[in-house]
Design a protein around this ligand. Sequence first.
Ligand code: G1P
Length: 278
Amino acid sequence: MIKKCLFPAAGYGTRFLPATKSMPKEMMPIVSKPLIEYGVEEALEAGMSDICIVTGRGKRALEDHFDVNYELEQQISGTSKEGLLDNIRQLIDQCTFSYTRQHEMKGLGHAIQTGKALVGDQPFGVVLADDLCINTEGHGVLSQMAQLYKQFRCSIIAVQEVPEDEVHKYGVIAGQAISDDIVRVEHMVEKPSKENAPSNLAIIGRYILTPDVFDLIADTEPGKGGEIQITDALMKQAQRGCVLAYKFKGKRFDCGSIDGFIEATNYCYDRQCIEQSV
Ligand code: G1P
C-alpha cells in the first residue's frame, strides 16, 4: 500500500574518512554489497518499490549503482562472475529510482523535507542506510512497520532499547505502552544526556511517516546541533495526533560507526558462509 521509500543520503560520512572522501558512505560494502542496497532490498520487501534518494555533492556513484552497466555486463557475460550482478539487476528491474539534491546539510528533518518533491502527498517509508537491519526469522523491519501502518494509519518509528550511557547518540522516546511492542509516543528528545533522557528507547533509522509531517518540518526551528531535527517535527505530530514507536524484531547494526560496521561485516560474512555451506 505504501509505495514510496525515502533514503536521505546526502551526509558526508566523516567517521569513515578517508574512505568516504570521494565515495558516498552509503556505498561502503558489508562483505560485497553496498549498505544502500541492503536498504533498498528491505524497502522492496515491504512493497515500497518507488525509491526516492536525497543525494548531495559527490554522490553520483549511487545513481550509477542503480543503473545498468552494459560494458561490465558484456565483459562478465558467460563467466563464473555473471551471477554476482543478479541481485542488483533484479532491484533495478523491480524498482524505480528518483533523486533530488540537498544543497546544504541542515539536518535529517531538512533532508526529509527536501524529499517532498519526490514523495508528494502520501505516506512513505524512510530508511537511514547507516542502520543495517536484518531479520532472519521473518519479515524485514520496514515490512513489519508497513503492517502496523495498515492497522493504525499514523506515523510509526522503529525503536530499540539501548544502554543508558548510549542514549545521547539517538532520538529517545517515551509514552504509553499499548502492547508489548508498541508505544504511543508522548515524549521525544533528540540526543539527550543520560540525565535528561525520558527512557532508554532509542529511535533507529526506520520510519513510516504521514505526509502532514512536511508542514510540521517546515515549522520546526533548528534544534540539537543547530540542525532541523525530524525528532522535533515528530514530537509535534505526536502532540496533535498519533505517533507510534515499534520495538521491531531483528538485529540492527550501527554502520555509521566503525565498530558497528565491523560487527555487521562479521555477522554477514558468517551468515554468507553458512548459506553457502548448506
Ligand atoms: C538520526 C536521528 C536520531 C536517530 C538516529 C538513528 O541521528 O536524528 O533521532 O536515533 O538517526 O540512527 P544521526 O545518527 O543521523 O545523527
